[in-house]
Design a protein around this ligand. Structure first.
Ligand code: ATP
Ligand code: MG
Length: 406
């Protein structure tokens, strides 16, 4: 009884510190690179406790289509959050309005692209399948509203910055160009077939271990690249941010809340998805100094892998996210089920990622030395054929269902 009270107090404390941080951010001058756009009251903390004590990581999914202006508007840089962001913004602005595809460079604006369908909605905008009219290239375009909200602008800028500078990493989704208008930012990405979240929902069964092995190699490489080359951690590692293409290539995406590491530690609490959050982010050992490092992303990776391997979210049957967080703190970490034929290596890899004490949890270098990682680094696994078969099964199942639906 007393321990559940204690837990509730800790979670309430988490809510208070996130509110404090949001307030502090609002007071701090930040990038406001669009003073001309209509100011929309869209303060959207990534982690939000509702009145029932439930957490709403996806505070809202705004599906409204915005009227697009045809030219890029001037960017006001008078309220920049420090010289580093100023420099970043200038670098990014040089690269906007251009699309590079198949070795050719095109000048683009919103009229150069036509919409061919939806790919998905996220908390930061929506992703549309679009065709570049001149070259015929099909793109996945993430469209984000430039509100007057500094936090959101920062998020957009971070996403663009990381994706643009990660052009030489084969495990990170490639950005072919970007368009900045007075009201929106469009990030033109290579189009992938699906994200792993949608895949498991469609599949309705576990992903085989050897396919997961290949996914692990790609995602750990991507996270390690971000840390080593750019000094950032992702902070929102989850299946919906892992993409797969028809060739069986897995890539990481979505860098809006990536955190710059200072002395290898993230200094802000900027939350990702509550469900995948590491215990030390929920309940920091020193609440006055809530820093954490890449090992928090290793935990999120572990949760994602258990979900892929079992086809179920490990903290299922929770009625709200508050309960998920409480279980993360109070329960033993999730494990792969026994007697399902998973290899000893795989069990051990999950156990390493989901080590509750972050001091004992490995970082990427150690994970890359793990026998599970090393095995799949060299193993020949035909992910493309598996994916083609899965898609075929999904299509035949849904056409059978259509035929039986009156
Ligand atoms: P969150 O806002 O919590 O990050 P999310 O990851 O689902 O949620 P987005 O990153 O905006 O939100 O992406 C929405 C969806 O768009 C993804 O789930 C994915 O299925 C799809 N998507 C994103 N990028 C691509 C891409 N390059 N190719 C194909 N589909 C993509
Ligand atoms: Mg995403």
């Amino acid at each position: 009884m007393s321990s559940s009270l204690d837990l509730r107090q800790k979670l309430n404390q988490l809510q208070i510190s996130i509110q404090d941080e949001n307030r502090a951010r609002k007071e701090r001058p930040s990038i406001d690179f669009n003073l001309e756009s209509p100011k929309m009251p869209r303060q959207r903390p990534a982690l939000q406790l509702n009145h029932n004590g439930g957490l709403s990581p996806h505070a809202r999914r705004d599906k409204k289509q915005v009227q697009m202006p045809l030219t890029c508007g001037p960017i006001n840089r008078s309220t920049i959050d420090g010289p580093e962001i100023d420099r970043k913004l200038q670098e990014i602005m040089k690269q906007t309005g251009l699309l590079t595809t198949e070795g050719k460079r095109y000048h683009i604006n919103v009229e150069s692209l036509e919409s061919i369908g939806e790919l998905g909605f996220g908390s930061c905008g929506h992703v549309i399948r679009m065709r570049h009219k001149e070259s015929g290239t099909i793109l996945a375009v993430k469209q984000m509203r430039r509100s007057g909200n500094k936090e959101e602008n920062k998020r957009i800028l971070m996403d663009l910055d990381v994706v643009l500078k990660s052009h030489n990493c084969p495990f990170i989704v490639q950005c072919l160009g970007a368009i900045v208008t007075p009201s929106e930012v469009w990030i033109c990405m290579e189009q992938m077939a699906t994200c792993l979240d949608k895949l498991i929902k469609k599949l309705r069964e576990p992903v085989p271990e050897q396919i997961i092995g290949k996914m692990v190699v790609a995602i750990v490489n991507a996270l390690n690249y971000l840390k080593e080359k750019h000094g950032v951690m992702h902070r929102d590692v989850k299946p919906s941010n892992m993409l797969l293409d028809e060739k069986g290539v897995v890539k990481l995406c979505d860098f809006g809340i990536s955190g710059r590491l200072v002395d290898s530690k993230a200094r802000t609490r900027s939350a990702g998805c509550a469900a995948y959050m590491a215990p030390e982010r929920i309940d920091p050992p020193d609440p006055n100094n809530p820093d954490y490092d890449v090992r928090a992303d290793v935990w999120s990776l572990g949760i994602s892998l258990v979900e892929l391997a079992t086809g179920e979210f490990p903290y299922k049957n929770c009625t709200n996210d508050f309960e998920v967080l409480a279980r993360v703190l109070s329960e033993d970490p999730p494990r792969l089920p026994l007697k399902r034929g998973f290899s000893v290596d795989f069990h051990s890899f999950i156990q390493c990622c989901l080590t509750k004490d972050y001091n004992k949890r490995p970082k990427y270098k150690q994970l890359m030395e793990h026998s599970f990682f090393k095995r799949y680094l060299v193993a020949r696994v035909d992910v493309a054929s598996w994916f083609a078969l899965v898609m075929y099964k999904v299509r035949t199942q849904s056409s059978r269902q259509d035929r039986h639906t009156p």
